[in-house]
Design a protein around this ligand. Sequence first.
Ligand SMILES: Nc1ncnc2c1ncn2[C@@H]1O[C@H](COP(=O)(O)OP(=O)(O)OP(=O)(O)O)[C@@H](O)[C@H]1O
Ligand SMILES: Nc1nc(=O)c2ncn([C@H]3C[C@H](O)[C@@H](CO)O3)c2[nH]1
Length: 213
Amino acid sequence: MWEDPQVKKPCPFIAVEGAIGAGKTTLATMLAERFDFPLLKEIVEENPFLDKFYQNIEEWAFQLEMFFLCNRYKQLEDTVKNYVSRGLPVVSDYHIYKNWIFAQRTLQGDKREKYRQIYHLLTDDLPKPNVIVYIRAELATLLKRIEKRGRSFEQDIDPGYLERLIEDYETAITQIQTREPETVVITIDGNMLDFVEHPEHFEQIVAKIKEHL
Ligand SMILES: Nc1ncnc2c1ncn2[C@@H]1O[C@H](COP(=O)(O)OP(=O)(O)OP(=O)(O)O)[C@@H](O)[C@H]1O
Ligand SMILES: Nc1nc(=O)c2ncn([C@H]3C[C@H](O)[C@@H](CO)O3)c2[nH]1
């Protein structure tokens, strides 16, 4: 297809997504380094609710989802100010929609509705990533990686919860593609491609992304 060289492509705002342990942070870090783009990274260690949440999801879900939402809102506000609004590229290890993917799974009834309203209020006018690198991985892969990483609070994670999240991610990615057809979605086979151990797998991913930059 002929492309007009005068037409400038939008500045890359890349989000790496996928279910728990799919390899988002690892891949986002490698991509940021390769392209020399700044990296926006999720805060995990300082999260005071994660441990409690995995022990009792029903009891702690609202606090945890609000914590993630407020943190990501602040991070993205800064990212927009410092990079996106200045036309500078950035790589993030999450998409803001991740909040709603998880909240729909963990919250019910009144709390879900309250969360939904706050979520839209905070995020509707935020600029969204124009490239999503989606790491699709099956349950066995996620369990293996979660074990390998060894965070204590994740070791007894319910495989049923992970299975539902895998489905939720599939639905969410389709929704994004329908709602925002201009967003480029690059799906990576997270079971087969081991970009940690095999440099040539990483190169395949880089080449795919370069097609869209
Ligand atoms: N393609 C891969 N092949 C082998 N191991 C991997 C791969 N990607 C990530 N890992 C390993 O799996 C573990 C989880 O990776 P990572 O922390 O990047 O996942 P994540 O998707 O960011 O997780 P979370 O959803 O919890 O934020 C790490 O120990 C990492 O080294
Ligand atoms: N409930 C819930 N909502 C979120 O928005 C969310 N984002 C990440 N996580 C969990 C997954 C990993 O264990 C750990 C690190 O990603 O935190 C979340 N859990």
